[in-house]
Design a protein around this ligand. Structure first.
Ligand SMILES: O=c1[nH]cnc2c1ncn2[C@H]1C[C@H](O)[C@@H](CO)O1
Ligand SMILES: [Zn+2]
Length: 384
């Protein structure tokens, strides 16, 4: 018998639990072996390692710098090998397969189309190749007994000046694989208000967007993303913690912005391991997700960049259960939060919650009940 505390899920249960992922970068999740294959196929000779295990370690270590700017430099290698239709189809298909294998049932995966034009693809060709890859990966996942749905978010880079063009692209493909828009890249010095025209356009089109904010830069960035730009969700948003005071006797006081975020149920796309790497949090135990969960913010758990963080959704949940003693109920809470916050239509979100997520967790919880009964009675109860 395992000595695990009842209700704390095992690693195997965490992997089998249905999970929802809202913040994952396509160019931050390649398999190391695929990067090497694609580099060979496209003549890219600047990879720092030629052996998959070593290359995986290189990405993790290079991303471990404590600075978002240095973390972002590692993407030069992944973007370099994602410049052809074939490469994009393969990377997107493998992304969907890897997530499905990890128990992710719904994912919104983002990438910046403007970073994949070096070999002559048009923005439209990039979007169509990635869509084709996601559909292929979903089909392959189904064939191997998994179920996943993947929507794309189109990202504009905040240091560049193509946000309106990318927003228009997202709007053109909104009924064809693309579910929303995002801005990413170095945060300090590049406030989201630089791209107001793109956000105002998307609002006029009744479209959805999230903004990377409150990761490398604090409250002003979150405030602008919400109150100037009108973001539906916050990419990270972890620094909202700067607007929450916890007194020695445990009394919690929320500032106006933190109160707004909680009252309005603004989804926080939290990415614990990524935050440790870029210096947004000092340790898992000190990561604000513990406090935000207990204060009932609409917190969600995400991977950000599986390659650079050497992580997966299951791994993030394992680390959280080890650190905070989270149970299957906590996992379900994060997962339902994420599904409620997805950019697909409301009825489809509800159907995922009632047909996939709740039954999945109910089944896992019944394993605990079953195991408890076996331990206490010493015999296996007969099924009725
Ligand atoms: O955590 C992040 N913060 C800001 N930008 C990021 C993060 N992770 C990835 N990016 C950037 C680098 C990628 O090339 C780009 C599009 O996915 O988004
Ligand atoms: Zn990100």
């Amino acid at each position: 018998m395992t000595s695990q505390t009842p209700d704390i899920p095992t690693a195997d249960q965490i992997r089998r639990a249905p999970k929802v992922l809202l913040h994952d970068h396509l160019d931050g999740g390649l398999r190391p072996g695929t990067i090497i294959d694609l580099a060979d196929a496209t003549g890219y000779t600047s990879l720092p390692e030629r052996e998959p295990d070593k290359l995986g370690i290189w990405f993790r270590e290079a991303a471990d710098s404590g600075s978002l700017e240095r973390y972002l430099e590692t993407f030069a290698h992944t973007c370099a090998v994602m410049q052809t239709r074939e490469a994009l189809v393969r990377v997107a298909a493998e992304c969907a397969e890897d997530l499905a294998e990890d128990g992710v049932v719904y994912a919104e995966v983002r990438y910046a189309p403007e970073q994949h034009l070096e070999k002559g693809l048009t923005l439209e060709e990039v979007v169509e190749a990635v869509n084709e890859g996601f559909r292929l990966g979903e089909r392959r996942a189904r064939e191997s007994g998994h179920r996943i749905r993947v929507g794309a978010l189109l990202t504009a880079m905040r240091h560049a000046a193509r946000a309106l063009e990318i927003a228009e692209l997202a709007n053109r493909y909104r009924d064809n694989g693309v579910v929303g828009f995002d801005i990413a890249g170095a945060e300090a010095g590049f406030p989201p208000t630089r791209h107001l025209d793109a956000f105002e356009y998307l609002k006029r089109e009744n479209n959805h967007f999230t903004i990377h904010a409150g990761e490398a830069f604090g409250l002003p960035s979150i405030w602008q993303a919400l109150q100037w730009c009108g973001a539906d969700r916050l990419g990270h948003g972890v620094r909202i913690i700067d607007d929450i005071q916890v007194a020695e006797d445990g009394t919690v006081t929320l500032g106006r912005l933190a109160a707004y975020v909680r009252d309005k149920r603004v989804p926080l796309e939290l990415c614990p391991t990524s935050n440790l790497q870029t210096g947004a949090a000092a340790s898992y135990a000190e990561h604000p997700i513990g406090l935000l969960r207990s204060l009932h913010f609409r917190a969600t758990v995400n991977t950000d960049n599986r390659l650079m963080s050497g992580t997966s959704m299951s791994r993030e949940f394992e680390l959280l259960t080890e650190t905070f003693g989270y149970t299957l109920d906590d996992m379900q809470w994060f997962t339902v939060n994420a599904m409620k916050s997805a950019f697909i239509p409301f009825d489809e979100r509800l159907a995922m919650i009632s047909d996939v997520i709740k039954p999945g967790y109910a089944e896992l919880k019944s394993e605990w009940l079953f195991r408890q009964t076996v331990t206490t009675s010493g015999s296996v109860p007969k099924t009725p």
